[in-house]
Design a protein around this ligand. Structure first.
Ligand code: 13P
Ligand code: SF4
Length: 306
């Protein structure tokens, strides 16, 4: 047995001993997605975290995702193999900043993307993910809403609803910095390809897309589509499942910049070590957790629509 096989075996044995479920986001490194019990987008993984019967959740993703699992399952131990896996989008907003924005728009409910800290969720009325954002906003009775913290997702939602939308000016650098010229070139070179883009991309990128979807939305779309070629405007980690599940189809990532360093931090050794030492544990102070939970529960109560 080689070293790689040994570590895989150790992870599986430790996961059984600890009664742990391994969750991995669709952007995680290939070997992490391969060993995970469940892969998914932010919405799918939140639902799995809320319903798993296991005692331990190992979240292969970034900090805000592990925090969401800890908010939803306080009785469980939530492990994040790399504590330094953060998210610049989540870091671009503070609870104080959001409170100031609320003062400027009294009465407008705050819809916060799950890519945010627990403390920011605690200041929010309802959360959303890229998979349910429009449905979440449409579920509200108010005519005016605050959308935080991703301005690109915010503009996309605003384009799909009649509500007055006040946007926080944050972004995911990975998606926001996708050069328009790169996407144009990919389309020119592959005029027969279906273009799928993540709503964290800038509006001029989304304008060139045939479909705007979350990561799991892209996976589902490609599986069903009779098309043979796809340009994928999102983080390149999605290629692992796209290629595995669709052997006859071709996928083009329009730019080499579409890589999230935080998502790529997790290694098999980090995962093994985390299960072995049962650390690092992610927790959320109870007062924040209860308020953040309200916003997440409200989101999870919105029908999925798929
Ligand atoms: P989804 O997988 O929910 O589309 O999220 C994308 C993302 O940027 C997660 O960090
Ligand atoms: Fe954050 Fe963007 Fe990385 Fe997702 S892809 S974790 S939003 S920086």
């Amino acid at each position: 047995m080689n070293q790689h096989q040994q570590i895989i075996q150790q992870i599986r044995r430790l996961a059984d001993e600890r009664d742990a479920v391994i969750l991995a986001h669709n952007y995680q490194p290939d070997d992490i997605q391969e060993i995970a019990d469940i892969t998914g987008d932010s919405l799918g993984l939140s639902i799995e975290a809320a319903k798993t019967p296991r005692k331990v959740i190992v979240f292969c993703g970034v900090y805000f995702m592990a925090e969401s699992a800890a908010i939803l399952s306080p009785e469980k131990t939530v492990l994040l193999p790399r504590l330094d896996a953060g998210c610049p989008l989540a870091d671009c907003i503070t609870p104080e900043g959001l409170r100031r924005m609320k003062e400027q728009h009294p009465g407008a409910p705050v819809v916060t993307y799950v890519n945010s800290s627990a403390a920011v969720k605690a200041e929010s009325d309802i959360c959303c993910t890229s998979a349910n954002a429009v449905r979440v906003v449409e579920s509200l009775v108010e005519k005016e809403v605050i959308l935080a913290p991703d301005r690109n997702l915010g503009r996309y939602i605003a384009s799909q609803t009649d509500k007055v939308c006040h946007l926080w000016e944050g972004c995911c650098p990975v998606h926001d910095e996708l050069p328009l010229s790169s996407l144009r070139r990919a389309i020119k070179e592959n005029p027969d390809a279906v273009v799928l883009a993540h709503p964290e991309c800038r509006p001029e990128i989304l304008a060139l897309a045939h479909h705007i979807l979350s990561t799991s939305g892209m996976l589902a779309y490609v599986r069903k589509s009779p098309a043979k070629k796809f340009i994928i405007a999102t983080e390149r980690g999605l290629l692992y499942q796209l290629r595995r599940d669709n052997p006859g189809k071709e996928f083009i990532i329009p730019s080499s910049t579409l890589i999230c360093r935080d998502m790529k931090r997790t290694t098999l050794e980090d995962l093994r070590c985390s299960l072995d030492t049962m650390s690092p544990v992610v927790t959320v102070p109870e007062e924040i957790r209860l308020r953040a939970r309200r916003a997440l529960d409200r989101m999870l109560a919105v029908p999925r629509g798929d």
